[in-house]
Design a protein around this ligand. Structure first.
Ligand SMILES: N[C@@H](CCOP(=O)(O)O)C(=O)O
Length: 435
């Protein structure tokens, strides 16, 4: 498969080059040149398939030309080795619980797949040190750090906005040591993401060290996220539900997650429509309303992983729909909620249904409650475990949130981070010291 840049001015590349480069040299994002359609017989079998089985068939359709079949199957099945249950919350609304992986957030799916795929591409270059740069507003950092922890030939730099992630999220990537270094940036997530993007375009840096990204700008991080859309659909289909009116609501920040869902739909997954639910960082919602994209500095909210002021994957959404605003609004609607509304949703849902939402899932659940039409069934992506936001959730509900042991383990480590200003020269000089 050939990968092309959304900006259209960079050379086309192979999957390996797209994964290793991360970002195209014209600052565009790589996209597969064609999106394969899966046959009807695949969808007929779907409700009976396990997650690793279906993931490896989908991976074969996308990556099969570039990776040996048995290796691709093995690495996909190994990456997808945790449950992703679809759980009923209220009458016509179900939660796709994406928090049962090692770091308790949906990013585990893409990060684990990417770590294994990069290992495959690097198999004959054992002496080559790959430097993974990752900007995080909370969840990506820990998933990537854990996905690559102890992997020979890989060094990970996690850039995060100082004081703007939850204490547990911070512990998940600042206490690991070994080949993981946390860089605490005095700025926002967008500053972190911009430092990473500038690094890919800096000749001196790229001559000195091999850099790649593990954010959703990297095709190996974002495309595997489509696996769980198929799995959600399959679980619902297995219940005998009416599959013509399925609406998926995605809590949206950097828009990699919803873009993976849109690509799943292009591959044939019959999702009727999508809702992109924003917190106060409602850049996409404003775009849907006005047709104008006006990025702005992100503000801090209680759904911090979505605190993104210039979503990278907006470029991919535009690309998928040929920059046609009407076509986009036909398939995707949006909404935006304040912290107060998010908090009320966490509280009311717990009281009314007994289901403990995290602040991100709450944004999406509320959107379905408000915007599902009669006869539709809504699935929302519950992107992280509520315990990752323990203090916030407990303050809202007044009830204790138990911390799973694998999360508690992170809290026992000692925090180590390097503080840096949101300044490219300082970041670059720090990286160059590692050479
Ligand atoms: N929401 C992310 C921010 C980056 O998103 P990504 O999907 O591009 O990695 C986070 O929680 O870190």
């Amino acid at each position: 498969m050939i990968y092309r840049s959304t900006k259209g001015t960079a050379p086309e590349v192979s999957l390996e080059e797209a994964v290793v480069k991360g970002l195209a040299p014209d600052r565009g994002l790589y996209m597969p040149e064609r999106i394969p359609t899966l046959p009807k017989e695949f969808f007929d079998r779907l409700p009976k398939m396990s997650l690793p089985e279906m993931a490896s068939e989908i991976a074969a359709a996308l990556f099969g030309e570039d990776v040996e079949p048995d290796k691709l199957k093995a690495l996909t099945e190994d990456a997808m080795n945790f449950p992703i249950p679809l759980v009923k919350v209220s009458d016509n609304i179900l939660s796709l619980e994406l928090f049962h992986g090692p770091t308790l957030a949906f990013k585990d799916v893409g990060a684990r797949f990417m770590a294994r795929l990069l290992g495959y591409f690097n198999r004959d270059n054992k002496d080559r040190m790959v430097n993974v740069l990752v900007a995080t507003s909370g969840d990506t950092g820990s998933a990537v750090a854990n996905g690559f922890l102890g992997v020979d030939g890989v060094r990970v730099f996690v850039l995060y906005p100082k004081g703007k992630v939850s204490p547990i999220q911070e512990a998940q990537f600042t206490t690991l040591g070994r080949n993981i270094e946390a860089l605490e940036i005095d700025g926002t997530f967008d500053d972190c993401q911009s430092l990473v993007k500038q690094a890919f375009l800096d000749k001196e840096l790229n001559d000195a060290m091999m850099l790649t990204s593990a954010n959703s700008i990297n095709v190996a991080r974002f495309l595997p996220q489509m696996f769980y859309y198929f799995y959600a659909w399959a679980q619902l289909a297995a219940t005998g539900a009416d599959m013509d009116k399925v609406v998926v609501c995605v809590p949206s920040g950097n828009f990699g997650n919803i873009t993976a869902g849109l690509i799943a739909k292009r591959m044939g997954l019959p999702i009727k429509r999508f809702i992109a639910a924003n917190n106060a960082n409602d850049i996409f919602y404003q775009y849907l309303k006005t047709g104008k994209y006006s990025p702005r500095p992100s503000v801090q909210t209680i759904a911090n992983a979505m605190d993104v002021g210039d979503p990278s994957n907006f470029a991919r959404v535009l690309d998928l729909y040929g920059h046609d605003h009407a076509a986009i609004t036909n398939e995707i609607s949006g909404c935006t909620y304040t912290d107060e509304e998010i908090g009320d949703t966490v509280c009311d849902t717990l009281e009314q249904t007994g289901y403990q939402l995290d602040p991100h899932g709450a944004v999406a659940y509320r959107a379905l409650k408000e915007y599902l039409k009669p006869g539709e069934t809504g699935i929302f992506l519950e992107t992280a475990h509520p315990a990752k936001f323990k203090a916030t959730v407990e303050e809202i509900t007044g009830k204790e949130v138990a911390i799973p042991e694998r999360l508690a383990a992170f809290m026992r480590g000692e925090k180590k981070s390097v503080e840096l200003p949101a300044d490219f020269a300082a970041f670059k000089s720090h990286l160059l010291k590692m050479v």
